[in-house]
Design a protein around this ligand. Structure first.
Ligand SMILES: Cc1ncc(COP(=O)(O)O)c(C=O)c1O
Length: 363
């Protein structure tokens, strides 16, 4: 029996634009090989920086391209961490948590609900002493799939202004929206000031290209570029130039349509299967995009123990505790397997969960 993975928060291989990107990489090297096959600027391939700068309405010097956005976030965290407490959502993406722990950061969690980050709890933390920065994933959050409402976005930006709080907005999933109106980004609401905006082409083109970026205030752009120089001299210019060629050819929009369509089908299959198989035995988020949904089971279920049984039954997921969530929570990624496998995987999982009737869910 083949294992069905709801653990892998990565695109399925069939969603990657292989032949288009191969053409783009060849064309980029043929046209600009003498630049991109050499060492170059630590901030990345100038035409792509220009493209991103235009999209966000900023000076290109404020855009730093890194080998994936996580690398940029690591450089930034290293620069900022000594300045005070770091606020994060609870739960949140596990890699920044590990990175911050390695840096010895004083990390404080702010709870999330269905509308995203609890802004009242944020206000209370801001009154409690110096904060270095807030790390937030407002749209289709990893791991919960939740999106911060527009009203809360406005309040968050207001609070940030009042308290001179630097907000680091990590937004790799914003363009992977299947339905509904996109809310403004925090960066947009703040008029591009006081918010660092990070994103990448990992979810919109291909993660293996390793092309991510940060839009930063000038001073921090300088510091992050200096870290990049000290770490790898120059980022992967070949990947950046291939991505730029992909954009230049107008391939992003058709690719997004294809990716959104496929992921929507998988999300729908997961929601339908959860309804059918779990019913009242769980409570889950209903994301309008992205890769993940968040499942909470009865209070007495231990997702780690469930995972051991699930692996034996041919289905995997990531226990919510890995992201700072409660013991009865699970992150389910619908990005990696097709709709048929999604339904089968949920059915395998549900067969291991105590019957709906015995369940008393919190909230
Ligand atoms: C919220 C979030 N930020 C950053 C990343 C890292 O992306 P990249 O491939 O750009 O390093 C991921 C990847 O899953 C993610 O979920």
């Amino acid at each position: 029996m083949e294992t069905i993975s709801f653990a892998r928060g990565i695109p399925a291989p069939e969603l990657l634009p292989v032949s288009e990107l191969a053409d783009c990489a060849r064309a980029a090297i043929e046209r600009d090989g003498r630049t991109i096959l050499n060492y170059g600027p630590a901030g990345g391939y100038a035409p792509l920086r220009g493209w991103i700068a235009e999209r966000h309405g900023v000076d290109p010097d404020r855009v730093v391209l890194t080998n994936g956005s996580l690398q940029g976030l690591a450089f930034l965290a290293r620069e900022l961490v000594a300045k005070g407490r770091v606020l994060v959502e609870t739960p949140t993406y596990d890699r920044p948590l590990k990175l911050l722990a390695e840096l010895g950061a004083d990390v404080r969690g702010i709870p999330l609900d269905d509308e995203g980050l609890d802004v009242d709890a944020l206000a209370a933390e801001l009154d409690a002493g110096a904060v270095s920065f807030l790390y937030t994933i407002p749209t289709f959050q990893n791991p919960t799939g939740r999106t911060l409402s527009t009203e809360r976005r406005r309040r968050l930006v207001e609070l940030a202004r009042e308290h001179d709080l630097l907000v680091v907005e990590d937004d790799p999933y914003g363009l992977v929206r299947f339905e509904g109106e996109p809310p403004p980004t925090l960066f947009e609401l703040a008029g591009g000031e006081g918010v660092v905006y990070g994103s990448s082409f990992s979810k919109t083109i291909a993660p293996g290209a390793r092309v991510g970026y940060l839009v930063l205030p000038h001073r921090l752009a300088g510091a992050v570029t200096a870290s990049a120089t000290a770490t790898y001299i120059t980022p992967s210019l070949v990947g950046e130039a291939a991505v730029y060629e992909f954009l230049r050819r107008g391939l992003l929009d058709p690719n997004l349509i294809r990716v959104r369509e496929a992921l929507r089908e998988r999300r729908d299959a997961m929601l339908a299967a959860l309804e059918r198989e779990l019913g009242d035995a769980g409570r889950w988020s209903r994301p309008e995009g992205g890769y993940f949904l968040w499942l909470e089971l009865a209070d007495d279920v231990d997702a780690r123990e469930l995972l051991a049984r699930a692996e034996a039954a041919g289905v995997t997921f990531v226990p919510g505790v890995d992201f700072g969530g409660p013991p009865n929570s699970l992150r389910l990624a619908f990005s990696f397997v097709d709709a048929g496998a999604v339904a089968e995987g949920v059915s395998r999982l549900a067969s291991l969960v105590p019957a709906a009737a015995s369940v008393q869910l919190a909230q």
